[in-house]
Design a protein around this ligand. Structure first.
Ligand SMILES: Nc1nc2c(ncn2[C@@H]2O[C@H](COP(=O)(O)OP(=O)(O)OP(=O)(O)O)[C@@H](O)[C@H]2O)c(=O)[nH]1
Ligand SMILES: [Zn+2]
Length: 196
């Protein structure tokens, strides 16, 4: 995990709500072991939803010039997010590839920070994938980019349809990579897991 500061959440409100949930499921929120749970959940949510209050423009503000006009790819960026339908985790990896414009690149760690900003929100995987790609276009002014996210959704594994191990893969392609099949194919072949 990166070092996003916890979000400024309304702690007492989360605590009251968690206490209600515990009562609603037939638990005793005052029993040993559960007494501190509402406060723990509030702290955990402040971390899990910190991305709501982080600015992708700030993360991508620091750029530098390198004489490199070709693909930059960082893959297997670990990500943990929260499905907005069930408030259960989905987790996996994000892969990012981009073509710099005019030799302007960002620090590699900033790509991982960008993933974190969009992962640490109530999310659906498709939107998160697109948001990462859009941020690269908007704030890094890339010539093109591709973002692929592979994740397992606990709402599909531990409940509901109960299919552990099912992997959801989403991609978002922007700019020149959306227009050129050859460049996109090259990026994709370097990006996806089958080619490790
Ligand atoms: N497309 C998409 N669907 C998601 C994501 N996360 C969870 N879902 C799905 O959201 C859907 C919500 O379906 P609903 O029928 O409203 O809720 P539900 O009755 O709990 O559905 P089940 O999970 O099928 O039991 C489910 O099919 C989930 O698998 C995501 O990131 N993207
Ligand atoms: Zn879900």
């Amino acid at each position: 995990m990166t070092d996003l500061s916890p979000a400024p959440v309304d702690g007492p409100r989360i605590e009251a709500a968690v206490r209600e949930i515990l009562l609603a499921i037939g638990e005793d929120p005052d029993r040993d072991g559960l007494q501190d749970t509402p406060a723990r959940v509030a702290r955990a949510y402040a971390e899990s939803f910190a991305g709501l209050h982080a600015d992708p423009a700030e993360v991508l503000a620091k750029k530098f010039a390198v004489d490199h006009q070709e693909l930059v790819i960082v893959r297997d960026i670990e990500m943990y997010s929260t499905c907005e339908h069930h408030l259960l985790p989905f987790h996996g990896v994000a892969h990012i590839g981009y073509l710099p414009q005019g030799g302007v690149v960002t620090g590699l760690s900033k790509l991982a920070r960008l993933v974190d900003i969009y992962a640490r929100r109530p999310q659906v995987q498709e939107r998160m994938t697109g948001q990462i790609a859009d941020a690269l276009v908007e704030h890094l002014d890339v010539l093109g980019c591709i973002v692929v996210v592979e994740a397992e959704h606990l709402c599909m594994s531990m409940r509901g349809i109960r299919k552990p191990g099912a992997s959801t893969i989403t991609s978002a392609v922007r700019g020149i990579l959306a227009r050129s099949a050859t460049t996109r194919a090259e990026a994709m072949s370097l990006l996806v897991s089958g080619n490790r």
